[in-house]
Write a new protein. Structure first.
Length: 295
């Protein structure tokens, strides 16, 4: 990847948009402290799982962050603003090995997306006692959300996915490889995640994520969860940013062609962090979709 493409890629990533130097989520990220955990933790198998809950409505919503993401790095503006009607109960989690869901450290076996979906199901059903839930997944969280919806159809009532893909291509791998070395990122771009993880954990874990995607490509021909799409039976909202350099248009096209009950919306100038840049519009659309045809 040449330097120009790398700059475009990084500027659109969830925590590095240069257009949002004073963005509220970034200010919150800079206050992230492992000594001031904002939510609760529970033990699910070998994993200590951290989650946050806001609202007390009758409609349960679960927010699933992206790679190395956490409740506040990825979904601060949804935890704070999504519930304009006060009809929702909104929960976000830190996936295993991310954010406050440590120790143990993050691992990337071949089926790590499926592993995360199963842990999420246990959190929702056994800890939170949710019977039905609307799931909102971003990027890697969107992948886990699709698997969750396919494998636990009675649990997932509605599905919102954005910045997500069901397979990886050689083109995708070139993008990931081009940003593997976080030392090449600007200090401003590295700082938020280094404050969450420390420089060494962030560097090592990010590189392991790139390796994991390459393993999926080499072992499964790039397939992550294509076979799951036809099993998703709940109403699904797919959102895409047309200028997303991480997830090209063909990935969203594949999702809307292979998920049965789907609605599509795109942001003409949206990038990978569209839920942050267009937070109010995004939140309104998602809340309307979740509550539509509900009593």
């Amino acid at each position: 990847m040449n330097a120009a493409v790398r700059r475009v890629f990084l500027s659109s990533f969830n925590f590095v948009s240069k257009q949002r130097e004073h963005f509220p989520t970034r200010n919150f990220i800079c206050k992230f402290s492992l000594n001031a955990m904002p939510g609760k933790t529970t033990q699910i198998g070998e994993w200590k799982i951290h989650y946050e809950l806001t609202g007390s409505g009758n409609h349960d919503v679960f927010l699933m962050p992206g790679a190395l993401g956490s409740t506040r790095t990825d979904f601060a503006l949804q935890l704070e603003r999504l519930n304009s009607t006060n009809l929702l109960k909104v929960v976000a989690w830190d996936p295993p090995g991310y954010g406050y869901s440590r120790p143990p450290d993050r691992t990337y076996p071949l089926e790590f997306f499926k592993r995360d979906a199963d842990v999420a199901a246990k959190l929702l059903q056994q800890v939170l006692n949710f019977k039905e839930v609307s799931v909102v997944g971003w990027s890697d969280g969107g992948i886990v959300a699709m698997i969750l919806a396919a494998d636990y159809p009675d649990l997932v009532k509605k599905l919102v996915i954005f910045g997500a893909n069901s397979y990886v291509t050689e083109e995708d791998l070139k993008l990931y490889e081009g940003v593997r070395d976080v030392a090449a990122w600007s200090p401003r771009m590295r700082a938020p995640m280094e404050q969450v993880y420390g420089a060494e954990y962030f560097k090592v874990t990010w590189s392991k994520w790139v390796d994991a995607m390459k393993l999926i490509y080499d072992t499964n021909g790039g397939n992550i969860c294509k076979e799951k799409l036809s099993k998703i039976r709940c109403p699904t909202l797919v959102i895409h940013g047309k200028k997303d350099p991480m997830v090209p248009q063909f990935h969203s096209d594949f999702l809307i062609q292979n998920i049965k009950n789907v609605i599509y919306h795109e942001y003409e100038d949206g990038k990978h962090n569209l839920h942050q840049k267009y937070a109010d519009d995004f939140n309104g659309r998602v809340e309307k979709f979740i509550l539509e045809n509900e009593n």
